[in-house]
Write a protein that binds this ligand. Structure first.
Ligand code: GDP
Ligand code: IMO
Ligand code: MG
Length: 442
């Protein structure tokens, strides 16, 4: 008899500027046993997703966040720009932690290869921007140049690496990259250090030899096969909606579409298989890199308190993250774009002040904006509302009945402010560990 069961895909994305705690929530969602695989569909090793339970901690940049759960398949979709040096390093780190992921990791043959010169081009482009205006403050992982090559139709795909003409294509592209670097040197004085380039090339070629042994396949076919088998898959967004290349504060964005809409393109599935869209926020906001940040906490001492208590230092670059109040104006924009129906709120244990502010609107001069602005540097002020703070008493609490009344009011307030969207706040995080959370609106 024909099997009519059909699987579905749930998507999880960050609704702010990244680092909302997506990795932790993916890991938690997988514990339900509903999903047989986790898929990255955009971005690259600019992501840093922290997984933690007990003494175990792992930060994944390119390996999907199902890596610490032994039966879960791991997929890297065609929409991803793959840093093979990071990939090989993470596979080894996981092996040392007791997780052999090679047999359950599948990479699309259409995924884009980050070449050893892409990070140098990323740095060179940033260097030129610093001379001519503002830096974006990228992660220096070569994301922009790799997506640029892909769009210019000269990039390399994972599926190329086993083909006879790979070396020729790779050397041709490398020569072109070197000529770009020479241009940055001539025009802006960007320093090219040949030893560093050679070192990167050697490391990259070593990683390439390892990657040839991995399962590089028609991932769209495999994912569709799994769905036909009745298996469900969780798609793991990287970055956040506010960093989307089309809808973020261009050019202070990443180079991929972070919206859930991109899952169809970045994994090779139809929109009809998508079921839930989970959106993750923090109880406040953080942002790393350049560009304007209207919700930023103005009092430096208070911002520092959030930074320190919340350990707001980048999982990829170690940079201090700027801290802001919860920005409901941006979150409403992000929900509208992404169609989120379920929300996770993390870091509800971090509240170092007696009072917190919530940003409910942006202003340009006297005008309160209805629409999200094209350019955040034109925003002159924000509209805020005050709420009582709740201290850090809620750290590690995993029972909804045991949280402080001020946090209950805060959660109800958020729900109320988002009521037009029919979203449920399903889970609230009170610490970095997979056990540190409670269900809320279920
Ligand atoms: P991602 O990029 O969205 O996966 O998030 P990151 O891993 O870059 O940053 C989130 C940080 O917050 C990590 O250090 C997590 O361990 C930590 N974290 C996640 N949820 C919570 C929470 O509810 N409370 C606290 N205190 N830390 C959390
Ligand atoms: P996860 O998945 C926070 C930011 C960079 C920079 C801009 C462009 O851990 O949430 P890029 O290297 O992508 O060209 O940098 O985007 N950025 C992130 N910020 N979390 C991330 O990922 C980020 N990935 C990129 O800081 O401002
Ligand atoms: Mg991160």
């Amino acid at each position: 008899m024909e099997n009519n069961k059909k699987g579905f895909i749930d998507v999880l994305v960050g609704l702010q500027w990244g680092d909302e705690g997506k990795g932790k929530n993916i890991d938690e969602l997988l514990l339900s046993g509903v999903y047989s695989g986790v898929a990255r569909f955009q971005g690259g090793a600019n992501a840093g997703h922290t997984l933690k339970y007990g003494d175990m901690q792992f930060i994944g940049h390119i390996v999907p966040s199902g890596c610490l759960q032994k039966d879960v398949e791991l997929y890297i979709g065609n929409g991803v720009v793959v840093d093979i040096v990071s990939l090989v390093k993470e596979i080894k780190e996981l092996k040392d932690l007791g997780f052999d992921v090679v047999s359950r990791l599948y990479i699309s043959d259409r995924a884009k290869l980050v070449s050893y010169l892409h990070p140098f081009l990323d740095q060179a482009e940033e260097f030129s921007r610093s001379k001519e205006g503002g830096k974006i403050g990228t992660t220096s992982r070569g994301i922009g140049p790799a997506y640029g090559d892909s769009r210019a139709r000269r990039g390399l795909l994972l599926g190329d690496i086993i083909r006879a003409d790979f070396e020729q294509k790779f050397e041709g592209l490398s020569r072109m990259h070197m000529s770009f670097l020479e241009m940055y040197k001539e025009k802006y004085g960007f320093e090219i250090i040949p030893e560093k380039i050679e070192e990167a090339r050697v490391k990259w070629l070593e990683a390439l030899a390892e990657v040839k042994k991995l399962q590089i396949c028609d991932l769209s076919f495999l994912v569709q096969k799994r769905l036909k088998e009745g298996k469900n898959i969780l798609a793991e967004g990287a970055q956040g909606i506010m960093l989307d290349i089309d809808y973020g504060d261009y050019p202070n964005v990443t180079s991929s579409n972070t919206l859930p809409a991109n899952i169809c393109l970045g994994l090779g599935v139809s929109h009809t298989v998508i079921r839930n869209i989970y959106g993750v926020i923090k109880a406040y906001t953080t942002k790393v890199g350049g560009g304007d940040f209207p919700a930023r906490i103005k009092d430096e001492a208070v911002e520092k308190m959030f930074q320190e208590r919340g350990h707001e230092f980048g999982a990829t670059t170690g940079r201090a993250r700027m801290c802001g109040w919860l920005d409901l104006f941006a979150i409403r924009y992000a929900i509208g774009l992404s169609g989120v129906n379920k929300i996770f709120i993390n870091k509800a244990d971090i509240c170092p002040t007696d009072k917190v502010k919530v940003v409910t609107g942006y202003k340009i001069g006297d005008k309160v904006l209805q629409e999200f602005p094209l350019r955040l540097n034109e925003v002159t002020d924000v509209v805020t509302e005050d709420m009582p703070g709740w201290g850090e008493a809620n750290y590690g609490v995993n029972d909804k009945e045991k949280i402080s009344p001020a946090l209950v009011s805060y959660l109800n307030y958020i729900k109320d402010k988002l009521n037009e969207f029919e979203v449920d706040i399903v889970n609230v995080g009170t610490g970095p560990d997979r056990e540190h959370s409670f269900d809320w609106d279920l």
